[in-house]
Design a binder for this molecule. Structure first.
Ligand code: AMP
Ligand code: GLY
Length: 427
């Protein structure tokens, strides 16, 4: 089977790595890819959002399946577009992808299908004034979310009522996030610990894929600005069998059933961003693809023929895909560039040693040049190690992090420490 994988992050390197281990993989192309994906297949200079160009490439190279790594092509309707041309895509159609593309749609969907989530109301230019009054009826902190995709920056949380009202005004009237904030969701603040849970469906059957915790802030102790993700742990210790059963029964099941009822059976990976509210999972957001860096932690644990899995997503047959999880814990530490998540410099030469037996290097912002591998983005390299023991897994990744060399290297040294503390507290 010939596959075209879309994207260039650590998640895509993890996908490419899993695919490249399958005997039934034909040619693998990655658009645009990075220095890591180049070791698993052929990188191609294609814009994933230029559907005409993607189609022409698929026809020329006899691609059997397109696998989008991130949400942009899915939300833009790549599945519907390619279906017309007879090319299979492992992902949800545009309607189902709106679960990620519109927070207002996702909230209304959850209400329709009884999926637990924070109480909310949506506002736009027509009822902006009402929105400001509505805020006065809520208890702080106030949570305001731009409806559309805003590159992970569309959520504003503030303790201050006047500021919340000003932000609402700025989002709707001031178009703070452009069209993405012409509608704003105001929702109840959920107290608890965040967790990412994953499931996969071929539109008929579905399976859980496990849990991971993402470390979003740049600084140790969860301080400083948000990033794309500085590390991950999988599985999450508090996500025990009872908790995961609730996630499956109350969230994944009704979500997949809901999409089926609405005439758009969900085919793809479903990322459930949840808050664990005293043992009760509630949805913060849906994503219609795998997470980054969660994938870099989860995939080394996932025992499956990835070609079979993505083929099943697009063409059915998930019930016969053999799948299980390495019970060890994976700890991922993301190496980033100096200045990230602000301005960064690219092109720093890198020295990457051989990974140890328990360790995987997943490239993100890297590029292969005539002079060797150089940095090419904010998040540079995800280092994942596996161990029976979470603290040891993190330690092995940190040791490897020291060995990788490039100018301006930065990373968090506290990945998993909060979970360790929680574990001890609950004993
Ligand atoms: P999102 O872009 O939806 O993932 O939101 C960004 C971050 O805001 C989440 O990762 C949470 O940390 C936080 N957040 C979003 N919604 C809520 C909520 N209702 N209550 C508490 N925190 C929230
Ligand atoms: N790790 C969060 C995301 O992939 O959106």
């Amino acid at each position: 089977m010939n596959i075209l994988l879309l994207g260039s992050g650590g998640r895509e390197h993890a996908f490419a790595w899993k695919l490249s281990q399958c005997a039934n993989l034909g040619n693998l192309y990655i658009a645009p890819g990075n220095a890591g994906t180049a070791q698993c297949g052929e990188n191609v200079d294609l814009n994933p959002l230029d559907f005409d160009a993607v189609l022409a490439f698929c026809q020329e190279k006899k691609i059997d399946l397109i696998l989008p790594g991130n949400e942009d092509p899915l939300v833009a309707g790549i599945v519907d577009y390619m279906q017309v041309h007879g090319i299979a895509v492992a992902g949800p159609d545009q309607y189902a992808a709106t679960l990620e593309g519109s927070k207002d749609f996702a909230k209304a969907f959850m209400m329709r299908h009884g999926v637990p989530t924070a109480a909310y109301r949506s506002f736009n230019a027509d009822n902006l004034h009402e929105g400001k009054t509505f805020l006065t009826t809520m208890a702080p902190p106030y949570v305001l979310k731009a409806d559309g995709l805003a590159a992970g920056k569309g959520v504003i949380i503030t303790e201050d009522l006047a500021e919340a009202q000003a932000v609402l005004d700025d989002m709707i009237a001031g178009a703070k996030f452009g069209k993405a904030s012409s509608t704003v969701v105001i929702e109840e603040f959920l107290h608890g610990i965040e967790i990412s849970c994953f499931a996969v469906s071929d539109g008929q059957t579905w399976r859980m894929l496990g849990s991971a915790k993402d470390y979003k802030r740049i600084g140790e102790g969860d301080t400083g600005p948000n990033t794309g993700g500085m590390g991950a742990i999988s599985p999450v210790p508090f996500a025990n069998e009872a908790f995961m059963q609730k996630v499956a029964e109350r969230i994944a099941g009704p979500s997949f059933e809901g999409m089926k009822k609405e005439g758009h059976p969900f085919k793809g990976f479903l990322f459930m961003g949840l808050m664990n509210c005293g043992g009760e999972p509630k949805v913060i957001e849906y994503n219609v693809r795998m997470g980054d860096p969660e994938t870099e932690a989860l995939f080394p644990r996932l025992r499956v023929n990835m070609v079979d899995l993505v083929n099943a997503i697009a063409n059915g047959g998930l019930e016969s895909v053999v799948m299980d999880m390495d019970p060890r814990t994976a700890a991922t530490v993301f190496l980033v560039s100096a200045g990230y998540p602000g301005d960064i410099e690219k092109g720093k030469p890198m020295l990457i040693p051989e990974a140890g037996a328990q360790t995987h290097f997943f490239h993100a912002g890297t590029k292969l040049t005539a002079e060797g591998v150089v940095t090419n983005g904010g998040r540079v390299l995800a280092i994942t190690s596996l161990s029976q023991d979470m603290a040891l897994a993190a330690e092995i990744s940190l040791h490897a992090a020291e060995e990788v060399k490039y100018e301006g290297k930065n990373y968090r040294r506290d990945i998993g420490k909060d979970l360790l503390k929680l574990q001890h507290e609950s004993i």
